[in-house]
Design a protein around this ligand. Structure first.
Ligand code: NAG
Ligand code: NAG
Ligand code: NAG
Ligand code: NAG
Length: 556
């Protein structure tokens, strides 16, 4: 009996001695097993999206996963009113182009080679289709450019040459739209966005470095310098501008739609090309954002002229910001914003397009979730920087939501309304180039082990090479803003937001909602009706009560 007890005590102490080491080993093992399982789930998601696209939509642009058909959507991207749609455009294999760099990361070199070969033989850009320069740049030129770095192929150059025609403007800032076959159309809109003309430098710069033709980089840089020279004394930018007069049209801006990738490209251009000029622009712009837009972990919009808050809204595109903050090293700020975004994801199951922070409610019309990548992207960066396993749980939650709500037999469908989880028959190409890629890299970053890369705003890879850190071409003449102003004084455009055009309630029409609530006063106290702006739900003017509160009081 006593011997037996001794043995038990011995075993007990032995257990105590080993358990601490054992626990550690089990924890690391658990973690790598968990990462392995989740990585395989993302791989399955990618191939479910990819194989269905190849079966039902290729060589058209994007898959309609519910009806298992296709949409030739390149000419519809950014074209909210669906104007000037081409008659006989048959698609450019957009989703295949967008999948190239993801195939590499997943280690499928055979399929990558097969795709590049098909594209070199079949892709033609001499088509009568009006496309958005920004969308076509980040998706098509970016996707092909990324492949071009790895595999010599000159299809990207043909597209780049067509882009150059857009830059022939008095300001040097390119038109937002270009017809691939005929160049800029007659009576083309002269309004473009800050991100539309300020985030071309990575793709066009890379194209110049690869082909030795400096015109692409020179054009993009000239445009970037021009809009940077248009910043306010507070170092703030507006959201839209006129490419002929060089005037701002929309003076309110934030870090979301219409501006987001402008900031992203200043920092990433510095990383890719090593030029201090980009860093100096980024530093000033970043400080201004943190000073005038940030409110705790949230970001609102402000007027570039006064720095005063305008719209208190969370938009799902803003979720990329913590990822950018990781590249700057601002880990704590990134962590706190990312947590708030993730709480909104948890609340609704996915991230709704727009959320009214001041009212604590969803936007009345922008309740969709089109499979956007931004939260997964930031989660990937935060995990890389902190190795905090909590971010793996975030990734797991995102994977579970995507599979539960958006997976259908024929691919992954967008969500039309996060309150009903009603689906929309559209699998956006960025689901393959970004959403799946960032989730995969969260659990397996071995692709990034031997080479430094930066990701374009569409998730395409560009290797960071020291020989690209040479001086930039010095051939550009910067535009004289003063003389441009004198020449085009007659132009004055008003933004839709300034005009307070109300949103279309019919989502099928795809009109952008521009009904916002200007909110100069945080406490909603007012002196005159003008202080109260318009109501975002009814789109009626709000008025100021006798007690000094804004509301929908009837006018008498
Ligand atoms: C590469 O992709 C193709 C098409 O989806 C698939 O048939 C093949 O099994 C994949 N190869 C690897 C190694 O994953
Ligand atoms: C361009 O606009 C002018 C003035 O609005 C109009 O007279 C002309 O027909 C338009 N041209 C085209 C090709 O739409
Ligand atoms: C992120 O925030 C959480 C909660 O506030 C905190 O526990 C954690 O330590 C933070 N991590 C970093 C890297 O700042
Ligand atoms: C820009 O143009 C204005 C008026 O045409 C002129 O006075 C000014 O010197 C010019 N500035 C530069 C930098 O060339």
């Amino acid at each position: 009996m006593a011997r037996c007890l001794y043995l038990l005590w011995f075993l007990f102490f032995w257990f105590l001695l080993c358990s601490s080491t054992l626990l550690k080993i089990t924890a690391t093992e658990d973690l790598s097993i968990k990462k392995g399982i989740l990585k395989e789930r993302v791989r399955k998601m990618f191939y479910h999206a990819y194989d269905n696209y190849m079966a039902h939509a290729f060589p058209h642009d994007e898959l309609k996963p519910i009806s298992k058909t296709f949409t030739d959507s390149l000419s519809e991207l950014g074209n909210l009113k669906l104007e000037h749609l081409p008659g006989n455009y048959k698609g450019s294999a957009l989703t295949l182009i967008e999948s190239l760099s993801s195939l590499l990361i997943l280690g499928n070199n055979t399929e990558f080679e097969r795709a590049v070969l098909w594209l070199s033989d079949n892709l033609i850009f001499d088509v009568d289709a009006r496309v958005n320069l920004f969308e076509c740049n980040i998706r098509v030129l970016g996707g092909l450019g990324s492949a071009l770095v790895i595999r010599q192929s000159y299809i990207a150059e043909d597209l780049g040459r067509r882009f150059l025609l857009a830059f022939d403007t008095p300001s040097g800032v390119p038109y937002a739209w270009i017809n691939l076959k005929y160049g800029v159309m007659e009576n083309e809109t002269t309004e473009t966005s800050t991100s539309g003309c300020g985030s071309l430098i990575l793709e066009m710069g890379a194209l110049s470095r690869l082909t030795g033709d400096s015109r692409y980089e020179a054009s993009a840089l000239r445009a970037l310098r021009m809009i940077w020279s248009m910043r306010s004394p507070l170092n703030l930018m507006g959201t839209t501008l006129d490419v002929v007069s060089g005037d701002w049209i929309e003076h309110s801006s934030g870090i979301g739609a219409g501006v987001d990738s402008f900031y992203e490209y200043l920092l990433k251009a510095y990383i890719l090309f090593g030029n201090e000029e980009f860093w100096n622009m980024f530093k000033s712009a970043y400080i201004a954002v943190q000073k005038y837009f940030r409110h705790g972990p949230w970001y609102h919009e402000s007027d570039m002229r006064t720095g005063k808050a305008t719209y208190w809204q969370l938009t799902s595109l803003q979720a990329f910001w913590p990822g950018l903050q990781i590249l700057v090293g601002d880990v704590a700020a990134a962590n706190s914003s990312h947590r708030e975004f993730f709480h909104v994801w948890e609340k609704y199951g996915v991230l709704p397009e727009r959320y009214l922070l001041d009212m604590g409610m969803l936007h009345p019309t922008e309740r969709y979730y089109p499979l956007r990548p931004e939260l997964a992207e930031s989660t990937f960066y935060l995990y890389q920087a902190t190795k905090d396993p909590w971010y793996l749980d975030v990734g797991e939650t995102i994977i579970e939501s995507l599979n539960r709500y958006t997976k259908v037999d024929g691919g992954f469908a967008s969500i039309r309304d996060v309150t009903t989880m009603q689906l929309e028959d559209h699998q956006h190409s960025f689901f393959l180039s970004e959403t799946c890629k960032y989730l995969y890299l969260l659990f397996d970053d071995s692709f990034l082990a031997n080479q430094n890369y930066i990701f374009t705003t569409e998730g395409h890879l560009l290797p960071v090479r020291s020989r690209w850190h040479a001086r930039l071409p010095e051939t550009y003449v910067s535009t004289n803003l003063t003389s441009l102003k004198n020449k085009h004084q007659q132009y004055h455009q008003e933004s839709a937001m300034t005009q307070q055009i109300c949103p279309a309630t019919n989502l099928a029409q795809k009109l952008e909602s521009v009904c916002h609530v200007p909110d100069a006063r945080i406490d909603h106290r007012c002196k005159v009706n003008y202080d109260c702006g318009i109501d975002s739900i009814t789109c009626r003017d709000r008025s100021c009560s006798l007690a000094g509160y804004c509301g929908l009081w009837s006018h008498h």
